[in-house]
Design a protein around this ligand. Structure first.
Ligand SMILES: C[S@@+](CC[C@H](N)C(=O)[O-])C[C@H]1O[C@@H](n2cnc3c(N)ncnc32)[C@H](O)[C@@H]1O
Length: 247
């Protein structure tokens, strides 16, 4: 059997870090390829699986190798309370682009236009996974697979298509951009093939994205409040889509 620490060191630069039991559980549930997974206390990790994730318990038992605590600490920058960590293979850009562009689409694509806060991006990926959105696209310089984003997303990157694209490469579909100056979202039914775009925390929607938008929509907000947090704006908009969708 390959030594897990050597395998980790060989793969770490190109793989996605799954930090903690919950990230590993979600990634496995949604079909991630996991070449190496370690735990300081394998029995404790499997007891957590019995309690919280019986659906993937057997798969976790196959994947997890126990390693001494100093070895675990040498692999991760910040130890997780569950002392579980794994590496997953990042899905290919081509596969994500195909998933994002596939029509007919049964759930919207979320676009974050040049997001700056990695925690916000992770929270949005978790929301997209929860609502069954087709994917999350970011524009700008942030890599949506950055370890901090993956930590914020709790391993749910594997439940939706996550990719960085230029505005000119956005998937097809009517583009609804969220902006406090738009029309009230409550008067609009969002279609399943919608592309829902949100601006940067610092400067809102870029001119390029605004120019491509088919509709500008606002979320209800008192006039004295300037704006909502990016992730909460995505949550309200996806909830609005789900509440008005045809079943
Ligand atoms: C923190 S806000 C951006 C604030 C930024 N300072 C600005 O000038 O717009 C991040 C994004 O959340 C969305 N957002 C926040 N509040 C909104 C509202 N009331 N209606 C529609 N979208 C909103 C927009 O897409 C906005 O670009």
């Amino acid at each position: 059997m390959t030594d897990p620490v050597s395998a980790w060191r060989r793969l770490a630069d190109s793989a996605v870090l799954l930090d903690g039991f919950h990230a590993l559980k979600h990634a496995v549930r949604f079909g991630a390829e996991v070449p190496v997974a370690v735990a300081v206390d394998r029995e404790a990790a499997l007891a957590l699986a019995d309690e919280l994730a019986p659906d993937v318990r057997d798969r976790l038992a196959e994947l997890l190798t126990e390693v001494p605590e100093p070895a675990y600490r040498s692999l991760v920058a910040r130890p997780h309370p569950t002392a579980v960590a794994a590496l997953a293979v990042r899905p290919s850009r081509a596969a994500n682009v195909r998933r994002l562009a596939y029509l007919p689409r049964t759930a919207p694509v979320v676009v974050l236009d040049n997001p700056r806060n990695l925690g916000n991006a992770g929270a949005v990926i978790r929301l997209a996974a929860g609502f069954g959105a087709t994917g999350v696209v970011t524009t700008g310089t942030v890599d949506p697979w950055h370890p901090t984003v993956v930590r914020g997303g709790a391993g749910l990157h594997f439940a939706t298509a996550v990719e960085r694209l230029d505005v000119g490469e956005l998937p097809p579909g009517p583009l609804f951009a969220l902006d406090p100056e738009g029309d009230d979202i409550r008067g609009t039914k969002l279609p399943d093939d919608a592309v829902l775009a949100f601006g940067s925390e610092r400067s809102g929607l870029s001119g390029e994205l605004r120019a491509r938008a088919d509709h500008l929509l606002r979320l209800p907000m008192r006039p004295q409040v300037s704006s909502y947090n990016l992730a909460t704006s995505v949550a309200m908009t996806l909830y609005h889509w789900s509440a008005t969708a045809d079943f």
